[in-house]
Design a protein around this ligand. Structure first.
Ligand SMILES: [Zn+2]
Length: 201
């Protein structure tokens, strides 16, 4: 403390334009065939990649209520989103951190801050969108131990487990959680109903 005030720079809270959920939906543009909750999937036909086509990327993100720029998505924009996505998914591995491609986006991004402490990446359209995602990405690295992948092996959506006991298993309790519970129940029933499977009590 000096006589006139604190000597150390203080931490300022800033409100970014993008949330952790926005970031996670970008990361989930690649997922298993069970990652669409309406889909009945029995075998693993490989990942769905919604960044393969601009239309598919826009639809997937809009369907998950991510507010999107009005501009057209270019191939370069899709590459930036892919770099962000792969960095986030890589964080599931404790040995992985910032990737060179994600760091390059961070280094290119310039931010404006207004008097209401709002923080916004410079750049119009999708470049600004990718830039704005750098803030939740920094936040996510801080809490990466909360990042989980759905316990349904066919799903592969990732989510943040912010529960106290950190025991959350499913991307969505009513989606994968319910589906896997029903499957287990049916398998068990079939086993007990199968002829010849008499077990003495
Ligand atoms: Zn799931």
């Amino acid at each position: 403390m000096s006589r006139i005030g604190p000597r150390e720079p203080g931490i300022v809270e800033l409100t970014p334009r993008r949330s952790l959920t926005d970031l996670l939906w970008v990361a989930n543009t690649r997922h298993g065939p069970g990652g669409h909750w309406f889909a009945r999937v029995v075998e693993d036909s490989g990942d769905h990649d919604h960044l393969g086509q601009p239309g598919s990327a826009v639809k997937y993100l809009a369907d998950h209520k991510v507010e999107l720029p009005a501009a057209e998505v270019t191939a370069a924009d899709l590459r930036a989103l892919d770099a962000i996505r792969e960095m986030v998914r890589g964080l599931l591995d404790p040995a992985q951190g910032w990737t060179p491609a994600a760091r390059a986006i961070l280094e290119q991004t310039r931010f404006r801050i207004d008097a209401d402490r709002r923080l916004a990446a410079e750049g119009a359209g999708w470049a600004g969108f990718a830039g704005d995602l750098m803030v939740p990405l920094i936040q996510l690295v801080e809490i990466r131990d909360r990042l989980q992948i759905c316990a349904n092996p066919l799903c592969r959506l990732i989510f943040l487990d912010l529960s106290k006991n950190r025991a959350r298993q499913w991307c969505d309790n009513g989606g994968c959680g319910n589906r896997v519970r029903v499957r287990r129940y049916r398998t068990k029933q079939r086993a007990t109903e199968a002829p010849g499977s008499y077990s003495p009590r």
